[in-house]
Unconditional design. Structure first.
Length: 253
């Protein structure tokens, strides 16, 4: 059933004028706008990472190989706070797991050749997913994904290098508030996606868990604990639906 829905969705997107066509130039413009706007925040990561004690090589390697902004900020933030490296890496890992689910959706929509998929997987992040899913056709989706990914990857790594090199000149990154740039961008992208009550409940509970446990747990651990928000909210919602269903059955009797 899920495969049928996905194939129907793709056919609808390929339906040209019926699905609502979009000029290639408009797709490129939108993709460049997102890529440039978010790519510039790589400077904040470079400054934060270098200010947190990572070397220039380590900082640039994170952007080149990891390339998931929120996870990168979580990792260097936890390390700068004195957290255990394994705990910091685990927190960053769990933040990055969302990209796996993005990949499952985009693989059906883009239908890229097998030889290209390993390279495209490096660009499966929040921004490329948002731009790709906003397109009405497969052609537009491929253009949006490619332009956003290329622009963002190139600019993010360039500004990471510049930020790391300029960290000493800037001084205390916390005084400038640059360490908050990455999370702020992530939240700005996430907020419009929280459409259902359950999604909002998960987000709110995750914030409460993360902030509430921050003073009592080692750096990096609150991020892991915040991941419990999803199963807790889903369990409560399941119980609520079962109760509603039982009440309806009682009324029928």
């Amino acid at each position: 059933m899920a495969e049928q829905i996905a194939s129907d969705d793709i056919r609808t997107r390929e339906g040209g004028e019926e699905a609502g066509s979009k000029p290639d130039s408009a797709v490129v413009r939108d993709a460049l706008g997102v890529g440039i706007a978010v790519g510039l925040s790589g400077f904040a990561f470079g400054v934060t990472s270098a200010g947190g004690g990572l070397t220039l090589l380590q900082t640039c390697a994170l952007s080149l190989l990891v390339f998931t902004g929120a996870s990168q900020f979580a990792l260097v933030g936890a390390l700068a706070a004195g957290g255990n490296p394994l705990t910091a890496a685990a927190g960053a890992f769990f933040l990055g797991v969302r990209n796996t689910f993005y990949g499952l959706r985009l693989s059906q929509l883009l239908a890229l050749p097998r030889a290209v998929r390993p390279f495209a997987a490096q660009w499966v992040i929040d921004e490329t997913t948002a731009v790709t899913l906003a397109q009405p056709t497969r052609r537009a989706a491929r253009i949006g994904f490619t332009v956003t990914g290329l622009t963002l990857y190139a600019l993010w790594n360039l500004t990471t290098l510049l930020g790391a090199l300029g960290a000493k000149a800037i001084g205390d990154t916390e005084a400038w508030g640059l360490d908050a740039a990455g999370p702020a961008v992530f939240l700005a992208l996430l907020a419009p996606m929280l459409k259902s009550t359950v999604e909002r409940a998960v987000a709110a509970l995750a914030v409460l868990l993360g902030l509430g446990l921050l003073p009592v747990l080692p750096a990096g651990v609150p991020v892991l604990a915040a991941a419990l928000a999803a199963p807790i909210a889903l369990y409560v919602e399941g119980r609520r639906q079962n109760g509603t269903r039982n009440d309806a059955q009682e009324e029928d009797r």
